[in-house]
Design a binder for this molecule. Structure first.
Ligand code: NAD
Ligand code: 89V
Length: 355
């Protein structure tokens, strides 16, 4: 039996986080990155050398890349201001697309990008990797396995004082910070575990005077299925133990409860079957490092999911269409924080949130 041809991909954006994408692509069977693109010559050269991509296959602009290389997909890991142009360029070339989060700066941009890919008949996945973290996948499996019955309440918490702006300096300059950069991940996990959201209330605060946007956010969400969740995020939480980049999760269900606590310890308690403790520590891949290894492992998992979806002709879990729901909640959070009112969440696209 002949094995399927290896998918040919190109990495657009060779900055801080793209290095994790490229390490993970090397570890995945079925896909190869054959070309690179970055408008910054120094980063392009350094990344090309580090990942053995020949100079002839390094491009300063995506249009030349797409008109020169025969590609199955592009992996866009640039910052949000360039996402729409790059996604539409790839769609126009009938090339499948992965795009980093935040997918788009506005809801209108996001809808246009989804439509462009639909009309071109190409797959579109948003690289929203937090739900692909090993511990979060374990929580999903526990719920699917009936460990706690039907979930009715949850708390998803990311509290840290880690200086994330050191490696991502652009985060300190934006009018929006923690919800658009980090909250978006935790909101997506809440959708993945508890389903889509009907109404949302939010408050935001700025504690660190050296940044422009908010570094603390607290959301209350009422899910369409009846559950209520609290999503709380902070980059101004000076705790006894720094837990970056761990997301802690508590969920109560009709038959029991689960807690994903510090250092990837998952406790499942069932009212009749008692308590079980599971160590969900993610693998530390050879190219990964602490404390980022949890996120780095999720990069491998989501990219492997992409290869499976392209091979099997399936819609990725975090498709552009699905991510419209997560983006709508980000917009609702900022609107609620500004108005002080709860917001009824409207998102036109049908959801495949997974809960
Ligand atoms: P970065 O600034 O370090 O890298 C972006 C690179 O893209 C730069 O090298 C820049 O020169 C290049 N670039 C920008 N516009 C371009 C264009 N039009 N054509 C070609 N190259 C272009 O940024 P980063 O920290 O690596 O973040 C990139 C994206 O990844 C952001 O959207 C960020 O939110 C996201 N991110 C996600 C995770 C995660 O998945 N968990 C973690 C960190 C960052
Ligand atoms: O993962 C990210 O998207 C990063 C982080 C949340 C760590 O700040 O931007």
């Amino acid at each position: 039996m002949t094995s399927a041809p290896t998918l040919r991909g190109a990495q657009i954006g060779c900055g801080f986080f793209a290095q994790n994408h490229l390490h993970a692509w090397r570890q995945i069977d079925g896909a190869d990155i054959v070309a690179l693109c970055d408008s910054d010559p120094a980063r392009l050269a350094a990344t090309g050398a580090a990942f053995d991509i020949a100079e002839a296959r390094r491009f300063a602009d995506a249009a030349t890349l797409l008109s020169t290389e025969a590609l199955d997909f592009v992996d866009i890991a640039t910052t949000v201001d360039s996402h729409r142009a790059l996604v539409e360029l790839a769609a126009a070339r009938r090339v499948h697309v992965i795009c980093q989060k935040p997918f788009a700066a506005t809801s209108a941009d996001a809808h246009a990008m989804v439509q462009a890919c639909d009309e071109a008949g190409v797959r579109l996945m948003v690289h929203e990797n937090f739900r692909w973290q090993t511990p979060v996948q374990a929580v999903r499996r526990a719920i699917d396995g009936g460990a706690i019955g039907t979930p009715h309440w949850g708390r998803l918490s990311f509290r840290s004082a880690y200086d994330v702006c050191r490696t991502q300096p652009y985060l300190a300059k934006g009018a929006r910070f923690i919800i658009e950069d980090l909250g978006i991940h935790i909101i997506d996990i809440a959708r993945f575990l508890l389903g889509d959201v009907a109404t949302l209330s939010a408050t935001i605060q700025r504690v660190n005077p050296r940044i422009r946007g908010e570094d603390v956010a607290t959301l209350l969400m009422c899910h369409q299925g009846g559950a209520t969740s609290v999503v709380d995020c902070s980059y101004a939480a000076h705790r006894e133990k720094e837990l970056f980049p761990q997301t802690l999760i508590e969920i109560d269900g009709s038959e029991g409860s689960l807690k994903l606590e510090a250092d990837y310890r998952l406790t499942l308690h069932h009212r009749h079957r008692g308590t079980q403790v599971i160590d969900c520590e993610p693998p530390l891949h050879p190219w990964a490092e602490r404390p980022w290894f949890n996120i780095q492992d999720s990069v491998l998992n989501i990219q492997a999911h992409w290869v499976d979806c392209l091979r099997q002709g399936r819609e990725p879990q975090t498709s552009g269409r699905d991510n419209l729901h997560t983006l709508a909640l980000v917009e609702a959070a900022y609107a609620s924080a500004a108005s002080g009112q709860a917001v009824r969440v409207m998102s036109s696209a049908p959801s495949a949130s997974g809960a």
